[in-house]
Write a new protein. Structure first.
Length: 164
């Protein structure tokens, strides 16, 4: 089984506890924050596919101090499979190197139906992802520890060129 290159998180009841539109002050449990930081350290990119109001959800991620960990977030009201596909395509990653985690079986089934190569995980497995072999690269180099920053810089350059 190949190593996951990008984990795509759902937000409500997956990355954080609660539903943003209902609870407002949702929090990320320490064990999930540990997973986010460890995957980042290992060079595994992370993104978001969430059905939420983009501005409200992104603002919450910023207030929680974790927005920086996520590249190419797809927050809106469309299908999760479309969001995951857009992330994979923009990154240029094969779908078998993408993983998706969500608390809703219907959302995982929808992604699995449209993107059968994407590995899907239930939210209750989130805290143990770093123990799985597919989330454990053979080596972690200095470059892998900076992979997210390198991708983000590349996206900024591309965006700036398109604005000219």
């Amino acid at each position: 089984m190949s190593t996951v290159k990008c984990l795509v998180w759902d937000l409500d009841n997956t990355l954080w506890r609660g539903t943003l539109l209902e609870d407002g002050e949702v929090q990320v449990p320490d064990e999930i924050l540990d997973v986010v930081t460890e995957l980042d350290r290992r060079g595994i990119l992370q993104s978001v596919a969430s059905r939420n109001d983009h501005d409200h959800a992104w603002e919450r991620l910023e207030k929680l101090g974790i927005a920086e960990f996520f590249v190419l977030p797809q927050i809106g009201w469309g299908r999760k499979s479309d969001s995951v596909r857009a992330i994979a395509d923009e990154l240029g990653f094969a779908q078998h190197t993408i993983a998706f985690i969500d608390d809703q079986p219907t959302e995982r089934a929808e992604v699995n139906h449209h993107l059968p190569e994407v590995r899907c995980y239930p939210a209750e497995h989130a805290a143990s992802l770093t123990a799985l072999p597919e989330f454990t690269p053979a080596t972690v180099t200095a470059d892998s520890r900076h992979r997210r920053a390198m991708y983000q810089a590349g996206f900024r350059r591309t965006r700036d060129i398109r604005r000219r």
